[in-house]
Structures are given as structure tokens and as C-alpha cells.
Design a protein around this ligand. Structure first.
Ligand code: ADP
Ligand code: ZN
Length: 522
């Protein structure tokens, strides 16, 4: 649907939000809602998904039902709508029976135009019969990827939502997500029983974000360099663990940065205070776990640093996407180390069993991204299944020429690939790296791999450098990881490398400097 949205939508937009234009695909998405055709709308974080259903809800007869996964998100949205004068309410377990009766009454009388609810509540029989009796304009499902075990945020309650199509006959369902993976889209359409939905997929490129990916070698210093470049500006530092949040926040504070921590282990009061301080520009840098940011809409965040690798590229794009919402140039630095993957794997194994396969795959994609050598914008856009048209994005460490490459890439690649050949393409990356490094690891000796001609031929290199190079060869398609154990196989172009017909790009080894704090011990 490319037709211009009806005037009444423009009026609603102007009256309640004071906006006079639409963001890309918003008009199309609103037209779907107005015409009653099911839709699946995929827009990146900050793309303006909420408006796609909020504005039509105000323009259409009846009440729109919005399904949202978190009570806090619901409350934020309803508060924001009410502040704009839009009649919205939520119904969830935080309400007293009396408050619930009031909301029900207001919905019945037609006062409320947007009713937010959690998935598990919406599918209850008495909720459904209530909704049938009041005349629902449409159902909007926020964070719709939660229905997919293949996504990065599976929520079992979402799988019940498939019932809605039958339980509310004639009511259109519209799904919204920032996750663009094909498989997730299919899961959403099927899981929600969408009927020939209109598929609207926005662009995932954020040209104003400058991406840099580095191995964490002296983490605190790397973080401070970015903060220094943006003195006095707002930024977010994401850490994987609460402990790291605490220690990084403390280090930054003692270095004179207006920083504060944020994680789920803190009291509501302390967390709220730090969040408010950040939103009100009294705190420059918020150091947080991924618990921070859902529903946060601060336009002038100038940098987002990941002190550890996120669990998926979806999560990375979402979190780094909190930078530069105002469209101005902003910086995203991702620091990673090998053990981040191990940490995530452990968390995945402790989590929802149904979601493990998808989560592990997403994690592997993430690791591939961090170790790849190439344009970061291209890698992200292509991951989300879209074409990237530009040759040089001018906004990532690769395209800006900031990466330094190893001098003897061809010879080192040949050493690695021949080692894979000597190991008869039956071992994984970590064993191969040990053989190349000349390790006395018991598996290496047990298999007699100390006798191989390639044993120890990279012994002058650091172990993590060898691992990085293997991943870089995988990323460039010269090696392939196969099966559950990631056994390394040589590809057609890998053989070209052996013959000297193709030269891969290998990054120069990272110089290792100890954190200044520990330097005095030497
Ligand atoms: P998403 O849910 O896709 O992450 P939001 O709906 O939270 O994005 O919107 C992000 C920000 O963009 C919000 O501050 C919102 O008010 C603003 N926004 C959305 N649509 C428009 C528009 N048409 N014009 C101006 N600002 C908009
Ligand atoms: Zn680039």
C-alpha cells in the first residue's frame, strides 16, 4: 500500500505528537492498519514502530489492543500517550481489582482507544469474551519476535497468541519487530496465524553510526579513549555481567567521569535515580547490563560501547542503535574477547531449552561478525537480508582504513590451512590453533600431533592471534566450520590460497598492554 495516508492520520499525528511527516514505511504501515489487512512490520530500533499502531488506533472506531511483553514497557508507553492527551490504559497484574474495574468500564464506554496487556492475560477466556463484547479495532503485537524460538528473546507466553485470530474473528492482527532474520519472520507469521500479511521491511542501515570492532586488550583504556573523544556527551557502556558493570562504573567515576551503574540487581530506587540522571543529562555515562535501554528514547546518545560481546547481532544492532537517534554522527565500539562466547554459551545452556538451538546459532553469527574483516555496515545490512549498495561506507574501522593488517598474510594463511589439511580436516579451531602454536596440550600429544610438519609453525605468534586468524579465514570463506563440533574444512577458495592464487586479509596481532592499574605490580 503506497497510497497517501488519510488526512485524519496526519491530523492525529499533528494533534497528539506535533509531528508533520512520516518516517520511512510508517505511512504504509498505518495504511495496512486502516485497511484491516494483517501486517508484519520490521523496522530497526528507533524506526518509529509504536506510532504505526498508535496513530491509527486514535483514528479508528473501537479500542485497539496492544500486546507488550513487559509491564515496565507498557507503563512507559501508556504514560507517554497520556502525557500527549491520548486515551490509553493498561491492564496487568500491577493493578488493584478496583483499578482493573475502572479500566474495564472506560473501555466499555469507548473512552479508551488503546488498551495495553500482557500476552498471558489477553488469551484468557474471560478477557477474550470481554474484548468480543466491546468491539476491537485491531490487535497490535509489539516485540513480535518473542514468538520465535529462533530469535534472541523467546517468550513462551507469546506462542499462545496464535489463538487470537480465531478467538477474535474479523479483527486484523499487526505484528511489529526489529528482528529481520527470515526465519524469525516466518515464525511470526505462522505463530500469530497472520492471514496473507503485508510484509513491510525497513532499511537496517544507520549511516550516522560509526562502527569499530576491537579485541579487548586493555579494556578500560579503550573505553576511556572513546569517552575522552566525547567529553561531556551522553553515552552507554554495556557489560555482560553485573560485576563488570559495578567495577567499570567505579573506575570511570574515579577517573572523573560522571558515570553511574544500572543493572537488575540494584534496587528499583537506585536504578530509577541513575536512569533519570542519565535522561536529564546529570549523568554522562551509564554503565549497564542489557537490562538498560528497553523503551529508553534519548535522542542525543553520542556513543555506545560494548565492553563485551553481545549474544546476537540482533541484540548488537538494537543496543548500538540507541546511539544517534537524532541522526547525528555517533560512535559504536565493540570490544570482545574469546571468553565472551564461552560466557554466553553457559547462559544459553541454563536458559529456555526450546530456544537453545537458535540462540547458539545467533551467538555464532555474532562471533563471526566480531572476527570478520570487512565493512561493518555491509555485514549488518546483509545479515538482515538486505543489499548494501556502497563500496566504502566511510563510517567503520575497515572503510576508514583504521585496521592494520598482518604483513605475511599469505604465508600465515597457508600455514593455517595446511595444518587443517594435515589434521585431515577432522579437528576444530581450538585444537588446530594449539597444534600451530606448538602446544603440549594432552590432546595434542595424545593424537601424536607433535609429529606433524605443521606443529609449532606459528609458535612465535600469540595463541589468541592464531585463533583470530582462523576465524578470519572462516569469515572470508577459506575455511568452513562443520557440524556440532565446528570441524574445520578447506573450501575451494581455501585451496586457491594454498596454491597462492588468492591472498586473504589477516589482521595484525593486537599489542598486549597491561591495564595501568596492574602495571605497578611488574
Ligand atoms: P521503535 O519502537 O521502532 O524503536 P519508537 O516508536 O520508540 O521506535 O520511535 C522512536 C522515536 O522516534 C520516538 O521518540 C518517536 O516519538 C519518534 N518518532 C516516531 N515517528 C516519528 C515521526 N513521524 N516524526 C518524528 N518523530 C517520530
Ligand atoms: Zn564500512
Amino acid at each position: 500500500p503506497t497510497a497517501a495516508p488519510p488526512d485524519e492520520l496526519r491530523e492525529v499525528l499533528q494533534e497528539y505528537w506535533g509531528y508533520d511527516s512520516f518516517r520511512p514505511l510508517q505511512a504504509e504501515a498505518m495504511n495496512c492498519v486502516m485497511s484491516g489487512r494483517d501486517s508484519l512490520v520490521v523496522l530497526p530500533t528507533g524506526g518509529g514502530k509504536s506510532l504505526c499502531y498508535q496513530a491509527p488506533a486514535l483514528a479508528m472506531p473501537g479500542v485497539a489492543v496492544v500486546v507488550s511483553p513487559l509491564i515496565s514497557l507498557m507503563k512507559d508507553q501508556v504514560d507517554a500517550l497520556r502525557a500527549n492527551g491520548a486515551p490509553a490504559a493498561f491492564i496487568n497484574s500491577s493493578l488493584s481489582p478496583e483499578e482493573r474495574r475502572t479500566v474495564t468500564q472506560q473501555v466499555r464506554s469507548g473512552e479508551i482507544k488503546l488498551l495495553y496487556a500482557a500476552p498471558e492475560r489477553i488469551v484468557r477466556d474471560h478477557t477474550l469474551s470481554f474484548l468480543r463484547s466491546v468491539g476491537v479495532s485491531f490487535v497490535a503485537i509489539d516485540e513480535a519476535h518473542c514468538v520465535s524460538t529462533w530469535g534472541h528473546d523467546f517468550r513462551p507466553e507469546y506462542t499462545e497468541l496464535g489463538k487470537l485470530k480465531q478467538a477474535l474473528p474479523g479483527v486484523a492482527i499487526h505484528a511489529y519487530t526489529a528482528t529481520a532474520a527470515d526465519r524469525v519472520q516466518q515464525d511470526i507469521a505462522r505463530g500469530l496465524s497472520l492471514e496473507s500479511p503485508e510484509l513491510l521491511i525497513g532499511s537496517f542501515d544507520r549511516p550516522n553510526l560509526v562502527y569499530r570492532v576491537r579485541r579487548a586488550s586493555r579494556k578500560l583504556q579503550q573505553i576511556q579513549e572513546v569517552i575522552e573523544r566525547h567529553r561531556g556527551d551522553s553515552g552507554i557502556v554495556y557489560c555482560i555481567s553485573r560485576n563488570e558493570v559495578e567495577s567499570v562504573a567505579a573506575e570511570l567515576k574515579s577517573a572523573g567521569v560522571r558515570a553511574a551503574p544500572y543493572h537488575a540487581g540494584m534496587s528499583d530506587v537506585a536504578r530509577g535515580r541513575n536512569q533519570e540522571g542519565f535522561l536529564g543529562d546529570r549523568i554522562d555515562v551509564i554503565v549497564a547490563t542489557v537490562a538498560f535501554g528497553m523503551g529508553i528514547d534519548k535522542p542525543n546518545v553520542r556513543f555506545v560501547i560494548h565492553a563485551g560481546m553481545p549474544k546476537s547481532l540482533e541484540a548488537y544492532v538494537q543496543e548500538s542503535g540507541r546511539a544517534g537517534r537524532d541522526g547525528l554522527e555517533s560512535e559504536c565500539l565493540l570490544l570482545y574477547k574469546g571468553s565472551d562466547g564461552v560466557l554466553w554459551r553457559r547462559m544459553i545452556e541454563e536458559g529456555e531449552p526450546a530456544a537453545q538451538e537458535g540462540a547458539v546459532r545467533s551467538l555464532e553469527e555474532m562471533m563471526r561478525f566480531t572476527t570478520s574483516v570487512g565493512c561493518r555496515h555491509r555485514a549488518i545490512v546483509e545479515y538482515f537480508g538486505q543489499m548494501f549498495e556502497r563500496d566504502n561506507c566511510g563510517a567503520c574501522d575497515f572503510c576508514l582504513g583504521e585496521l592494520s593488517f598482518a604483513d605475511d598474510a599469505l604465508v600465515n594463511s597457508q600455514k593455517i590451512i595446511s595444518c587443517v589439511a594435515r589434521l585431515q580436516q577432522r579437528f576444530g579451531a581450538s585444537h588446530t590453533a594449539k597444534v600451530l602454536a606448538g602446544s603440549k596440550d594432552q590432546n595434542v600429544t595424545r593424537f601424536n600431533h607433535t609429529e606433524l610438519s605443521t606443529y609449532g609453525i606459528l609458535k612465535h605468534e600469540h595463541g589468541t592471534t592464531i585463533r583470530d586468524w582462523i576465524e578470519q579465514l572462516v569469515g572470508q570463506g577459506h575455511l568452513e566450520k562443520v557440524g556440532e563440533y565446528g570441524v574445520l574444512q578447506i573450501t575451494t577458495t581455501g585451496r586457491e590460497v594454498l596454491r597462492g592464487e588468492t591472498t586473504p586479509q589477516l589482521l595484525a596481532p593486537v599489542k598486549r598492554v597491561k591495564e595501568s592499574r596492574t602495571r605497578t605490580e611488574a
